[in-house]
Design a protein around this ligand. Structure first.
Ligand SMILES: Cc1cc2nc3c(=O)[nH]c(=O)nc-3n(C[C@H](O)[C@H](O)[C@H](O)COP(=O)(O)OP(=O)(O)OC[C@H]3O[C@@H](n4cnc5c(N)ncnc54)[C@H](O)[C@@H]3O)c2cc1C
Length: 270
């Protein structure tokens, strides 16, 4: 059995591990576009807060995949699928054949449709490289706006605050964790964050991320016309499923890749 896995995040890595345990003879290949081996993404918060050193971010020691007989190819993408031929083309043009293909391409950080998200000093937190870039930025910058008062935004705010910087959370809805909490509970949470020294601005639609004369972020303009000064903005506005390869190959795709109750896509073997 020749199994190809696109994506070496939690799903792809744990599937490879389970497949190896179930079938010691299977050929298991994992391609991941990141340059780092698998790490649980929640560790990025601990790393950012300075509570977890870089080498402890990873789930398994260096060389673990090879020891398991898993052919892990970092920095490589599955660029195209030809399900009828059971082949996949990598980003570098190599054709790989498979008996079964697992699409474990996960999600990307979503960016809101406001001007300025491409400015230097605007960050998301999805990958280890995102965390490294943000940590580097925070060495010298002191005033950060976190766009989004959901779970991830609040975790980021707490981590950045823990490093000593000023933090302002800007949330579109009228309360924090709008998907999880009712107004009373959200009020208690807001008070707790304020006690930690995190400022919270609610009911605030962002109109634009503002750039300064040097081209880098200088703050945020709200729909109300108010401006919030900041030398960094972290966008925590949810994720969008990574479905490009599946869609291009003609697989059924809705909000995500459509599967049946046995996780089979509309293409045989995928
Ligand atoms: C900072 C942070 C904290 C979090 N905390 C929690 C938490 O406390 N609890 C919780 O339940 N969840 C948490 N999450 C969410 C959790 O991390 C995700 O649900 C989980 O990562 C999903 O795993 P996945 O393998 O499905 O996808 P992903 O983690 O998105 O992995 C997909 C991988 O596929 C790769 N890829 C994409 N396209 C291709 C391609 N074409 N070819 C090759 N590789 C490709 C990507 O580079 C990526 O490495 C957190 C997320 C973040 C960012």
């Amino acid at each position: 059995m020749n199994i190809l896995i696109a994506g070496g995040g939690l799903a792809g890595t744990m599937a490879a591990k389970a497949l190896r345990e179930l079938d010691p003879g299977a050929a298991v290949t994992v391609l991941d576009e990141e340059r780092h081996r698998y790490y649980p993404r929640p560790n990025l918060i601990e790393f950012l807060a300075g509570r977890l050193p870089f080498e402890k971010v990873f789930a398994f020691p260096e060389g673990w995949a090879a020891k398991q007989g898993i052919d892990l190819r970092l920095g490589q993408t599955v660029a195209r699928l030809r399900p009828a031929e059971r082949t996949a083309e990598t980003g570098s043009g190599e054709i790989l054949s498979y008996d079964a293909l697992l699409l474990a391409t996960g999600a990307r950080a979503a960016l809101p449709p406001v001007p300025g998200t491409g400015l230097p000093g605007v960050f998301v937190l999805r990958t280890l490289d995102d965390a490294l870039a943000l940590a580097e930025h925070l060495r010298e910058r002191r005033r950060t706006v976190v766009l989004g008062g959901g779970l991830l935004g609040l975790e980021i705010a707490r981590a950045v605050r823990g490093r000593g910087g000023e933090v302002i959370v800007v949330e579109f809805f009228d309360r924090l964790l709008p998907r999880q909490l009712d107004p009373a509970a959200a009020g208690i949470l807001k008070a707790q964050f304020e006690r930690l020294g995190v400022a919270v601005v609610l009911g605030a639609a962002t109109q634009e991320i503002l750039g300064g004369a040097d081209g880098a972020v200088r703050g945020l303009k709200l729909a109300s016309g108010a401006e919030i000064a900041a030398d960094g903005v972290v966008v925590a506005a949810g994720v969008r499923p990574e479905t490009a390869v599946a869609r291009e190959a003609g697989l059924a795709v809705g909000k995500g890749i459509v599967v049946d109750d046995r996780m089979r896509t509309s293409a045989p073997g995928v």
